[in-house]
Every structure is written in C-alpha cells, then in structure tokens.
Design a protein around this ligand. Structure first.
Ligand SMILES: [Ca+2]
Ligand SMILES: [Ca+2]
Ligand SMILES: [Ca+2]
Length: 224
C-alpha cells in the first residue's frame, strides 16, 4: 500500500512539473529578413505544434522554438503555402542548436556562412533531434521522397523532394517529430529552405548578348 501511495505521489509530482514547465513559444527568427510573411503563425496544443507558413520571399527561414519540455516527442505539422511566385521541387529542414554548448566541439568546422550568429549545427550527442529513434512519421503531402541525415555529427537534416509546390499558392503539409533532451539546447532554430528559383536565360537573350559583345569588339577594333 505504501508503495502505491509513493507511486501516486510521484505521478502527481510529474503532472505538476509538466504543467509548470511553461508554455512552448514559437517565433519567426530575424523577421525583417525572413521569407515568411506576416500571415504566418503557430498553435500549440499539448505536444502537437501546428505551424502555418505563408512564404512570400526567397531564401531560408528560421523558426525559433523555446520552452519545450525536455525529453518529450513533439509532433510538428507544418501547413505551408507557397506565395513566392516560383515553384518548389525540394524542401529541406535542419535543426540548429545554440552555440556555446560543451558538445559543440563535435560539430564539423567551419560552420556554413548561412548559419545565424549564436547558433550551430546539431550533432548526434547534443540531445536535439527530429525525435530520432522514436518512429514518429515523417511525411509530406506534396513530396514523395525523403532523404534523412541524422545519425552523424554533421547535422540533423530532412530533405523532401520528388514533388511540386506551385509558386502561385501551392500547398504542402509536412509532419515530423522534434525532441530536445536537455533544457540547455533551447532556444533552438528550425532552418527551412526550398530550392532557389531556376533562372534559365532564354536562348534569344543569350543570342542578343552574344551579338552585343561581338558588336562591342568590332567597335573597339575600329577605334584602335
Ligand atoms: Ca552544435
Ligand atoms: Ca542526430
Ligand atoms: Ca542533434
């Protein structure tokens, strides 16, 4: 009987600690330079986080996570709308932990120039991952293929490909898990990057450019 009481007490304390863990907060990192528009927002319901992303510009976006309960597998549902004006056929997700942790000496150096100051790549000992080993589903409604790179110290990386999200309001829903085993790894960033727009010059433009350069050469020779 005493054992049961102790067990119940531990259960109650665990519940209390969980409720006192504080709210999970998400925010757009460096919003002035983010391709995510002001219409983007997130909702948190227990361990399920829904992120509504309105992409209106080029480049990477970063979402800052804070206040997640250590050791808990969170389900992330990203409702993504592509209003950038160019089509996507690849979309990558990578986790970036705060710079200055003991484990950072396992990160390959130097860091890529796109990693924001104060953050670093997430190695395999830092406790931050896409809920590695949990078996949580990793899915996309627009992309058929998923490349995962997470069992190394280089990075925690998910790349969706083999699909198309139209730049004229196309939609993709991506689902995966995130777990943070130690409070010291917060706040952390989720870096997101679709492919760049394909800039293929028209053959006519190239021909005109060639003609122009040739003309310039003739002019120069005449002047000399
Ligand atoms: Ca690191
Ligand atoms: Ca990992
Ligand atoms: Ca990691």
């Amino acid at each position: 009987m005493k054992k049961l009481t102790t067990f119940l007490l531990v259960l109650a304390l665990t519940a209390l600690m969980a409720s006192n863990a504080g709210a999970v907060t998400l925010s757009i990192f460096d919003p002035g330079n983010s391709p995510l528009g002001a219409a983007s927002y997130a909702t948190v319901n227990g361990t399920t986080i829904d992120i509504y992303e309105d992409w209106v510009g080029y480049g990477r976006s970063f979402i800052m996570f804070d206040g997640m309960t250590a050791g808990v597998d969170y389900t992330i549902n990203k409702h993504i709308t592509n209003n950038t004006g160019y089509d996507w056929w690849v979309f990558t997700n990578e986790l970036l932990d705060p710079l200055g942790q003991d484990e950072d000496d396992l990160d390959p150096q130097p860091y890529a120039p796109w990693i924001p100051a104060g953050f670093s790549t997430s190695n395999d000992n830092d406790g931050l991952s896409f809920a590695q080993g949990s078996g949580m589903p990793r899915t996309s409604t627009a992309f058929a293929n998923l490349f995962v790179d997470e069992l190394v110290h280089v990075r925690d990386f998910l790349e969706f490909s083999n699909g198309l999200v139209s730049g004229a309001g196309g939609f993709d829903m991506q689902t995966f898990g995130i777990r943070e085993n130690y409070d010291t790894q917060q706040p952390f960033l989720l870096a997101q990057s679709p492919n760049r727009p394909a800039i293929i010059p028209e053959p006519g433009t190239l021909m005109l450019l060639g003609l122009g350069l040739t003309g310039l050469g003739i002019l120069r020779r005449k002047k000399a």
